[in-house]
Design a protein around this ligand. Structure first.
Ligand SMILES: *[C@@H]1O[C@H](CO)[C@@H](O)[C@H](O)[C@H]1NC(C)=O
Length: 209
């Protein structure tokens, strides 16, 4: 009987360990703080570990002349629980990925083509770390810090970025200030900007109030 329990327990342990090799996200379920629940192992195929979305340039015909094509857990469910994700940046001439943060991840960028001016601001002393990067150069943007990337040349630029979380999050500062219904007088009080500038930015970015 003791032997039976031993075998039973070790088989439980074994099945637990093999299942822990990966946890492909069942992205139809609700996202939890620890990611998505696992897709049943029997339904996992190699295609869950392959993502084909970054080979095509994003559409840069927009207000920022730039596009971010994410390979986060929603697009690439095999990343679930593995602490990594990636994205492609396309920045047309004159384009910019505006000041933003990723609340959930560190970022590393590598320039694949073109020239990108990138920078971040530290939270302790508001010190600026700024660099113009050419093809093959990489730069790190520590988690949660405000940063940006802009095209520093006349030709278009492409970069690959990777993140230390399957769900890095993306909060663009101008959208947080001007693309919602936070009343103009409160935006003015909390940013020291004048109401006229705020109204202009709200109308460009789709904000109200
Ligand atoms: C790119 O986006 C613009 C603006 O939304 C749209 O008019 C255009 O058709 C898009 N181009 C492609 C190739 O999808």
């Amino acid at each position: 009987m003791k032997m039976f329990y031993f075998l039973f327990l070790s088989s439980l342990l074994f099945s637990y360990c093999s299942a822990a090799d990966f946890c492909v996200g069942d992205i139809k379920s609700a996202l939890t703080p620890s990611g998505y629940p696992c897709k049943p192992a029997a339904k996992v195929t190699v295609d869950d570990f392959v993502f084909s979305g970054l080979g095509v340039a994003g559409n840069t015909t927009n207000i920022i002349s730039a596009a971010v094509t994410p390979g986060f857990v929603e697009q690439f469910p095999g990343l679930n629980g593995l602490g990594i994700s990636l994205a492609r940046l396309d920045i047309a001439s004159g384009g910019v990925i505006p000041m933003h943060t990723h609340p959930g991840a560190n970022e590393v960028l590598v320039v694949l083509s073109g020239t990108i001016c990138a920078g971040f601001v530290s939270s302790s002393a508001n010190k600026v770390y700024l660099k113009t990067l050419t093809k093959g150069q990489s730069m790190i943007f520590p988690q949660g810090l405000l940063h940006f990337q802009l095209n520093a040349a006349k030709s278009s630029a492409v970069a690959l970025v990777s993140f230390s979380d399957p769900e890095p999050g993306l909060q663009i500062t101008d959208f947080a200030f001007f693309a919602n219904d936070l009343p103009t007088d409160l935006v003015a009080k909390t940013t020291f900007l004048d109401a006229k500038t705020i109204k202009t930015l709200k109308s460009v970015l789709g904000g109200t109030n």
